[in-house]
Design a protein around this ligand. Sequence first.
Ligand code: FES
Length: 356
Amino acid sequence: MATFYKLQVKKIEKTTKDCVLVSFDLPQELEEIFQYKQGQYLTLKAIINGEPVQRSYSLCSSPLDKELRVGIKAVPLGLFSTFANEQLKEGDVLESLAPSGKFYVDVEEQADKNYVCFAAGSGITPMYSIIKTHLTAEPHATFKLFYINQTVSSIILKEELEALKNQFMERFEIFHFLTKQNRAVELFNGRMDKKKMAAIFSGICDTDKIDDYFICGPEAMIFLVRDYLLEQKVGEEKIHFELFGTSSDKPKLSKEDEKKLSGKTCTVTLIEGGKSMEFELAMGGDNILDAALNNSADLPYACKGGVCCTCRAKLVEGEVTMGVTYGLEQDELDNNYILTCQALPTTEKVVVDFDQ
Ligand code: FES
């Protein structure tokens, strides 16, 4: 069962004009529950305009520092991010699920590994946690970071990255790309594209020597970098990515299912926290998560875009079709795990278990 814990805001720092870093006090009794891996995120809940709102934000601190800090960039019409940037104060209390996420590889102290990171905008937040942790805990690790922003003033964590570079001068390099300001070297101007990728991998990085790649930012950048690496025969297991937002539309039934299921309803049974509830859902209408929330269920979710995996549950009976499933691994799909924010029932009964 998804449990939310109360966390008090210890500190709020502005890192750019539209991004805050929010640190939390961690009471001793929650220390174990909130132990985390570099690159993981918190799902936070706040009451905004009288309504509970949940969103996931990456931890931009290192577990080695015993610090719990997230970065929250204001996005246009973003309810939670605007609230965090404009109203949240030190001393306020938010609720949070325990840390989760799979955007990491294990720290191996004796390893001799070379890492490459691509980040855009607030995609730097988990990356900072990853870079700091591996550089500190693995004395032979090296990192190259390719970081894309609009202008110098929009670079999140700029000073902390510089400090890290000074601390690990021999093992950490940063290459800044700007899309709305000119840099002297043409390669570093504008968005990432195939030409830039080719230039990076012919002049700066050698795929034969890289152990792991981390990519975080918007969908288009992630898939461009991932597809380029796959074309260069980099093994899929070496490419780790975390999507920040998705451009995908709401999930839809296929044309065939739409014809077959039009006018039918599905009986949805939800199991959560050892209790079950049942409701009727028009086929081809809402996804299971939205329908459950409309029926007053108290379920965990954050992105509602198939990315964060917070709404994951096991389908124990019936069938569904899903939109995007970025948040699930193949073995989870094989074992009938679904993202309820992306799932539309295609049978007249489905049973979904959030406790498994
Ligand atoms: S809420 Fe994020 S994947 Fe469903």
